[in-house]
Design a protein around this ligand. Structure first.
Ligand code: ZN
Ligand code: ZN
Length: 355
């Protein structure tokens, strides 16, 4: 597990200013546009800062060692630090003076290093308890920016050619040197006219106006594996929105598992309550137990106590390869509220026996 405090090189009790200043120093040092920069480190530092600079996330991290921010990790700003979502990133850092660091790096919100990338999308799906245990499949219809079907993404009208882009002389990118507080940087910018392709359609596709991408409905099949928990996220790389001349974003599927009236889950084990008669508790008896795989018969041993657990192996939550947790059957002895005259008489006799 990552230690965000170590990454930023601050003490656990560091205040907001110390965290901010450590981040600025390191962001500057590792920025990928800089000579000697390190994109991996930069992302790591940015991720650490995104958590420790947010009171709520920091408290979660301190308590649980992770954060539970809802929605897409990208939508929240970080998680995977996505350069193309720079607008979203800015949104989370209003208290942080972007003008002095990022404004220069990114040319005021423009996107410099690397390729354009489509937006990440996040959706929520609700699962029945049983589906969360055994896994399931869902087909969902998502309205998103996808590759244009008419032109297959080329942006060209059918039967027409592509020509070299005049904006970048067919190179697809432009170099820019900027002076900043931290020295001068040469950044490579994707050509905005051709979106980095170096070519533009001679006659643009009518559906997408030559962009190669268009907003449309897409049916996506989501395979939910067995044993998922409430709140878990499935990431589907490349199934987010398409970007003209770039790679597609990711799709994040957040799972919401409905509660079951009988079963509760504890790790890989399931628990169910089994009401039994008082006489069976004393003498033992056979009971049918509802499992997720059908009914099972169990022997309740004589002298069982209230709350005792009888374990049925392998009827719990699937995990790993061919392994499953257990079903824990909690004995619930039904003590009679009222006694018939006859029962009363018999129990009086039991009392006479010293029971
Ligand atoms: Zn098109
Ligand atoms: Zn161009």
């Amino acid at each position: 597990m990552k230690n965000y405090y170590d990454i930023l090189g601050v003490k656990k009790g560091a205040n907001e200013d110390e965290i901010k200043s450590a981040f600025r120093k390191l962001a500057h040092k590792y920025h990928p546009d800089k000579k000697g920069g390190d994109e991996t480190k930069f992302k790591e530092v940015s991720e650490a800062y995104s958590v420790l600079s947010d009171k709520k996330k920091r408290a979660e991290y301190d308590t649980y060692g992770k954060t539970f921010a809802g929605g897409s990790p990208h939508g929240q700003g970080f998680g995977g630090f996505d350069f193309s979502n720079f607008q979203g990133f800015q949104g989370n850092f209003q208290e942080f003076d972007l003008g002095d660091i990022f404004g220069e790096f990114f040319g005021g919100g423009g996107f410099s290093a690397g390729q354009r990338r489509g937006r990440d999308i996040s959706i929520d799906i609700e699962l029945a308890f049983r589906e969360s245990i055994f896994g399931t499949e869902r087909n969902v219809l998502i309205a998103k920016v996808g590759m244009c079907d008419t032109c297959g993404g080329s942006g060209a009208k059918k039967g027409t050619k592509m020509t070299a882009c005049t904006g970048c002389n067919g190179k697809g990118e432009m170099r820019e040197t900027r002076n900043s507080l931290f020295g001068s940087f040469t950044t490579t910018r994707q050509c905005p006219k051709c979106h980095g392709r170096g070519q533009v359609p001679e006659s643009p596709c009518e559906t997408c106006r030559g962009e190669g991408v268009a907003r449309r409905q897409e049916e996506i099949q989501i395979v939910v594996p067995a044993g998922v928990s409430d709140g878990e996220m499935i990431r589907m790389p490349g199934r987010g929105e398409a970007a003209a001349g770039g790679s597609a974003g990711d799709l994040y599927v957040k799972l919401h598992v409905k509660k079951d009236s009988d079963f509760t889950r504890d790790g890989n084990n399931l628990t169910i309550s089994l009401p039994i008669k008082l006489s069976d508790a004393l003498l033992g008896g056979e009971y049918h137990v509802r499992t997720l795989d059908g009914d099972e018969t169990i022997d309740v041993p004589a002298g069982v106590t209230h709350g005792e657990v009888v374990r049925i192996r392998g009827k719990g939550v699937p995990h790993g390869r061919n392994t499953r947790g257990d079903l824990m059957v909690r004995i619930d002895i039904q003590f009679p509220k009222k006694l018939s005259a006859k029962a009363r008489e018999l129990i009086e006799k039991l009392r006479g026996e010293g029971l």
